[in-house]
Design a protein around this ligand. Structure first.
Ligand SMILES: Cc1cc2nc3c(=O)[nH]c(=O)nc-3n(C[C@H](O)[C@H](O)[C@H](O)COP(=O)(O)OP(=O)(O)OC[C@H]3O[C@@H](n4cnc5c(N)ncnc54)[C@H](O)[C@@H]3O)c2cc1C
Length: 237
């Protein structure tokens, strides 16, 4: 696996425990990836080489002009090995990146009724996919089901709500798993919300990403509701 040097050019605090990292590959390297793919980051932590996977959240570049940039969304895992390390890094630091990898790839053009479902930082590959879908002005109706612990942990809430406002064909369903004062959206596990918003599942496709328990339960439920297993694409974090 070939690792390349990349500079952290921007760090944004998206939520209390989630940062966005904008990386720029050094030496004019380009980064030809598909919406949904991930990279491996490598770091030397306490004398050990540690590698972790992170989905690319930026849409694939339209041309070579910005092809050396990628954005990652990383959630801090308390007690984890890699995430406390990356959270201590600042702009200007060089890190090691390899990729792209992975088969959770947006099938284009998207089909009528496509379903995207994420929990937590599992929104990252869908940010890449949906940013591309909106950039390409796709007219099909599609759904994003997004589960977060509480409203403070909704990653890219503003961007998601803006899309929901601007695009009649896009339906955003956010469900928080903890009861919360002042929250007007759904409460409970996001995989339990499918039937409230979609009546006919036959012939549809679904993309699932995030916590293994959500991915496994959602997959089973979608199959029970009539979606073919081959039309379900998934990644567990
Ligand atoms: C294909 C793929 C893509 C991924 N993309 C992303 C991404 O875009 N953004 C992102 O933040 N993460 C992503 N992950 C998860 C990421 O690779 C790491 O597992 C995560 O950042 C934890 O790393 P760590 O070294 O800090 O924790 P570790 O030292 O590996 O784990 C410490 C402990 O925390 C538990 N743990 C691990 N991950 C989580 C979690 N997410 N929540 C709660 N407990 C956890 C482990 O079971 C372990 O007990 C992805 C994983 C895969 C396989």
């Amino acid at each position: 696996m070939e690792y390349m040097n990349a500079e952290i050019v921007e760090v944004k605090h998206l939520t209390l425990n989630t940062n966005s990292y904008l990386l720029r590959l050094e030496n004019n390297k380009h980064f030809p990836y598909k919406a949904g793919q991930f990279v491996m980051l490598k770091a030397n932590i306490n004398g050990e080489s540690v590698k972790r996977a992170y989905s690319i959240a930026s849409p694939p570049p339209r041309d070579f002009k910005h092809a050396e940039y990628i954005e990652l969304i990383i959630k801090l895992v308390p007690g984890g090995t890699f995430t406390p390390h990356i959270f201590s890094q600042k702009e200007g630091i060089i890190i090691q990146v390899a990729g792209p990898f992975g088969g959770l790839i947006l099938k284009e053009p998207i089909l009528e009724g496509d379903i995207f479902m994420a929990t937590g930082s599992g929104i990252a590959p869908f940010m890449s996919m949906l940013r591309k879908v909106f950039r390409d002005h796709n007219p099909k109706e599609f759904f994003l089901f997004y589960g977060a612990k509480n409203s403070q942990e909704i990653i890219y809430r503003e961007e998601l709500e803006q899309w929901d406002k601007e695009h009649k064909n896009f339906h955003l369903i956010v469900s928080v798993s903890e009861e919360e004062k002042g929250w007007n959206g759904e409460v409970g596990y996001v995989q339990d919300k499918l039937k409230t918003y979609i009546k006919d599942f036959e012939g549809k496709q679904a993309y699932l990403c995030g916590l293994p328990i959500m991915v496994e339960q959602a997959r089973q439920r979608l199959i029970d509701l009539g979606i073919k297993p081959v039309d379900i694409y998934l990644e567990e974090y």
